[in-house]
Write a protein that binds this ligand. Structure first.
Ligand code: HEM
Length: 329
């Protein structure tokens, strides 16, 4: 089975990893407590986390209002557009669900919601560079390239919210298709759940929540301790680095019994796929709406499709998803 990349760690006690030079937290309780711990500051590639506390609260308030505005102004044609894209794919040859459906549809969502500058090809290249750095936070060359790409992307947006619009553009055009690819892989590997969703479209919201838990693309976030922190039975010294393993926490059997199994009825909304606490994702509602629309198209046309060949993965330590999903019907 391809649903569970073997390197999602099994949840257990906190341990220090010499290679990462970080405490690694994997259990649901430890990861959630760390996400809510104010003395562990966000030190990832996402802009919001790097602001001081007062600036960060302002950033969040403005970004949340902008995201709510995008949801209110959700273009009526987006749902049918997802279905039409899925229906237009040929049945007589294998289809790559990543490059032919998840990717182009996510690009369309990013374009319609954010209306960036006209050079979408350049914007997509830049977004790819920012995403690559977020997916592999330990790679300094990628971080340097992403810093340049972020500056160039910001010029496509105007006003005080340019930084948020860059994040939103990268998240919609890059991270959203990663989630769709992970989620659809899980459904391809579990035809009974896919068939259930096809028979009962009213399950879609619960299914998206469970797919976020089971197959969310964000696997890890890093934090740095601004003071001594006791967590998970260990003491993290001031300045210490911590890796919060979101995907592992979302498969913690103490929180989610039989965690590798898809169960649309389990009430998975407490998952940590969007983080938690002061840096929790601001785009969750947009992702849920966008994923539900695209997954409805996928389910209608590909619920019983078969995967062709083994899955190769893209991304890195922090974000990972299938590079392609070749299927036949
Ligand atoms: C499937 C897609 C997405 C996933 C898996 C995801 C995941 C996450 C996670 C795990 C965090 C927490 C980071 C931390 O704890 O340091 C986060 C933060 C954030 N996300 Fe998302 N996200 C997605 C899409 C979006 C979208 C579409 C937007 C905007 C429209 C967005 C905007 C943000 C912002 C602004 C933050 C930073 C919040 C802060 O630092 O206060 N995300 N996201």
């Amino acid at each position: 089975m391809n649903t569970h990349p073997s390197d999602i760690p099994v949840p257990g006690p906190a341990r220090f990893d010499d290679e990462l030079e970080a405490w690694v937290l994997t259990s649901y309780a430890d990861v959630r407590a760390a996400l809510r711990e104010p003395r562990l500051t966000a030190s990832g590639a996402r802009g919001g986390g790097d602001l001081d506390r007062a600036g960060h609260l302002e950033f969040r308030a403005a970004a949340a209002a902008a995201a709510a505005g995008m949801l209110d102004g959700w273009p009526a044609g987006l749902e049918p557009a997802a279905r039409d894209m899925a229906r237009a794919l040929p049945a007589e040859r294998p289809v790559d669900l990543v490059s032919e459906l998840a990717g182009p549809w996510s690009a369309e969502v990013a374009k319609r919601l954010l209306c960036p500058g006209s050079d979408m090809a350049r914007m997509a290249t830049l977004a790819g560079e920012v995403f690559a750095a977020a997916a592999e936070p330990g790679d300094e060359a990628l971080q340097a390239r992403a810093a340049q790409a972020t500056l160039e992307l910001a010029r496509a947006f105007s006003g005080e919210l340019a930084a948020f619009h860059v994040q939103a553009f990268v998240a919609l055009s890059e991270t959203l298709p990663c989630f769709l690819a992970n989620a659809w892989l899980a459904l391809l590997n579990d035809p009974a759940s896919a068939a259930m969703l096809r028979a009962e479209p009213g399950l879609m919201a619960a299914a998206i929540e469970e797919l976020l838990r089971h197959s969310g693309p964000a696997r890890a976030q890093f934090r740095r301790a601004t003071g001594e922190v006791a967590l998970g039975g260990v003491t993290i010294a001031q300045g210490g680095r911590v890796a919060l393993m979101l995907a592992a926490a979302n498969r913690d059997p103490e929180q989610f019994p039989e965690p590798d199994r898809l169960d649309f009825g389990r009430g998975a909304a407490r998952h940590l796929a969007f983080g938690d606490g002061p840096h929790a994702c601001i785009g969750g509602a947009l992702v849920r709406a966008a994923a539900a629309a695209a997954t409805a198209g996928f389910i209608e046309c590909f619920a019983g499709a078969h995967l062709q060949g083994p899955v190769e993965w893209r991304g890195g330590f922090a974000i990972r998803a299938p590079a392609s999903l070749l299927v036949s019907r």
